[in-house]
Ligand binder design. Structure first.
Ligand code: SAH
Length: 505
């Protein structure tokens, strides 16, 4: 029988980019992933489709699984011969009870490895613009549990020593005891005006920072209802934040942006949102599928050199065109002598990846513009192939036909409704956890509305920025009762992002 293994993996503090390569590989290869609240749920998208995902953290409607139950779970799954990835927030051996889990594994003769992670104790202050050490402020720092009642007899924490003996103090799990922690430090000689920062949900879009002093931070936190999970940073380094704050200054800081494009196409937009400090939330409303009947496409592919022009209108069109060409045991040489038009820069790029130069790209990326551009280039009698989606608009083939061309509009792929977790999406909209919705085509809006199936759409979208890639998408949205707040000037992903940035969300 296959022997199992457990990887104790640090998932980092929340920003999914802050995981190690090795940790990420452990997610990819796991049969079972055991995770808790502090590990970014976005990392789970890297799991194998059939991996078992087990949540063991606390949630409002469920009790957390007890530590001995988690230990047992790891043992049982590994004994069953499975690859188990135990994903823990930050670093697994910094207050993560990873040590206890490892001990259990040793006692049960289970193979295991530890993959360290970036601890919140250092990364969260960094995202708030606070270096835990600085030559001018301090040359040491300590990470301390804030979970222990500071008034307890025989405390494990030497309050008298840390109060003045260490420059920067980082407390984890300390919000419940904040008041007592501050008291204790002052009692043992740390000046009352020592700066303190609280950073909640650090490195995530929800990151919030509150600054005060040992004397007043507890009261301020109470006023602001500042809760866990937060890191408490005590020391002069906190003052550097004024100068070094960077994450909280990013243009999309604090914004969660819904990406409705198909899974294959989402990444460009998602990456851009991340770069700007926002959190992309991928919820593909469309899925690209093969044509129901390959007959017409195969016929066209078998006589490619008989066309004067091939007009590609999307990246999907390009990809599926060449995929099918390959299936038919043919390659780009079939396009010898054929002129190529691409509707936008991304489509052009996709064609260039196949080693093809594009003869014409219109200045504006709409069917209407292509038509004007092709006038004079397409001659009466020319055969023009349009390898497109099943639901593409008819305006382009009609106009080409009016120029006297013989147009063949051939279904190369289908755009179908994707089946995402619409319930979760609805809940996020109800809780106002989505700040921007992006729509990159009419079908993304149509399917979004269909999947949501909400009778209170207006209410759900109240206060939410709705961004559309162009007028056609906007008018579909309007028809369906979705109020568009911003529209791209240039009908590209970049244009869409620019419009969001200009909208002052
Ligand atoms: N192993 C983890 C710590 C687990 S203890 C690590 O190395 O980071 C849990 C505590 O970590 C929380 O109570 C909080 O104090 C801190 N924490 C973890 N992630 C955090 C985040 N994103 N923002 C603020 N605090 C965080």
């Amino acid at each position: 029988m296959k022997t199992g293994i457990v990887y104790l993996v640090g998932a980092g503090p929340g920003d999914p980019g802050l995981i190690t390569k090795k940790g990420y590989q452990c997610i990819e290869k796991a049969d079972v992933i055991v995770y808790d609240r502090l590990a970014s749920p976005r990392l789970l998208t890297a799991a194998k489709p059939d991996a078992e995902l087990i949540y063991v953290g606390k949630s409002p409607d469920r009790h957390a699984m007890k530590q001995h139950e988690i230990n047992q779970l790891l043992v049982d799954k590994a004994r069953a011969g499975l690859v188990v990835t135990r994903l823990k927030g930050g670093d697994p051996f910094v207050f993560g009870r990873g040590g206890e889990e490892a001990e259990t594994l040793v006692e049960n003769n289970i193979k295991f490895e530890v993959v360290p992670g970036i601890t919140s104790a250092v990364a969260v202050p960094a995202y708030a613009g606070i270096p835990v050490t600085h030559r001018d402020a301090t040359s040491n720092f300590a990470v301390i549990t804030g979970n222990e009642d500071p008034t307890k007899e025989g405390s494990n924490i030497a309050w008298d020593k840390i109060a003045t003996g260490i420059g920067t103090l980082v407390f984890l799990m300390g919000m419940g005891n904040l008041h007592l922690i501050c008291e204790k430090l002052m009692q043992y000689g740390r000046p009352a005006d020592t700066p303190v920062a609280l950073v909640r949900w650090g490195t995530r879009p929800e990151q919030r920072t509150l600054v005060g002093t040992l004397e007043d931070i507890a009261e301020k936190a109470k006023q602001a209802e500042f809760k866990n999970p937060a890191v408490i940073v005590v020391g002069e380094v906190v003052n550097l934040r004024e100068k070094l704050s960077w994450f909280e200054k990013k243009p999309l800081y604090g914004k969660r942006v819904l990406v409705t494009r198909s899974r294959e196409q989402a990444s460009i937009l998602s990456r851009r949102i991340e770069e700007l400090g926002g959190e992309p939330w991928e919820f593909p409303t469309i899925r690209v599928a093969e044509p129901e009947d390959y007959g017409p496409l195969d016929k066209a592919l078998n006589q490619l050199s008989s066309y004067r022009w091939v007009v590609f209108t999307s990246v999907n069109g390009v990809k599926l065109f060449f995929k099918r060409l390959r299936t038919l045991n043919k390659d780009v040489r079939e396009l010898y002598g054929v002129k190529i038009c691409a509707i936008g820069p991304k489509t052009r790029e996709a064609l260039e990846n196949y080693g093809l130069l594009v003869d014409y790209v219109p200045g504006e990326y709409r069917a209407e513009q292509i038509i004007t551009g092709l006038e004079g280039k397409v001659q009466p009698g020319d055969r023009v192939l349009l390898p497109r989606a099943d639901i593409a608009r008819k305006i382009l083939p009609q106009a080409l036909a009016e120029m006297g061309a013989q147009v063949e509009d051939v279904v190369t792929y289908r755009t179908v409704l994707s089946t995402g977790n619409a319930g979760e999406l609805k809940e996020m909209l109800e809780r106002k956890e989505l700040h921007v919705l992006t729509f990159t085509s009419s079908s993304t809006v149509r399917n979004f509305v269909e999947l949501l199936a909400a009778d209170n759409l207006n209410e759900l979208l109240e206060g939410v920025t709705v961004a559309s890639i162009g007028p056609i998408t906007s008018s579909t949205a309007k028809e369906l009762g979705v109020k568009v707040t911003v529209e791209a000037e240039e009908y590209t992903i970049e244009g869409l992002v620019d419009a969001i940035l200009k909208s002052n969300i």
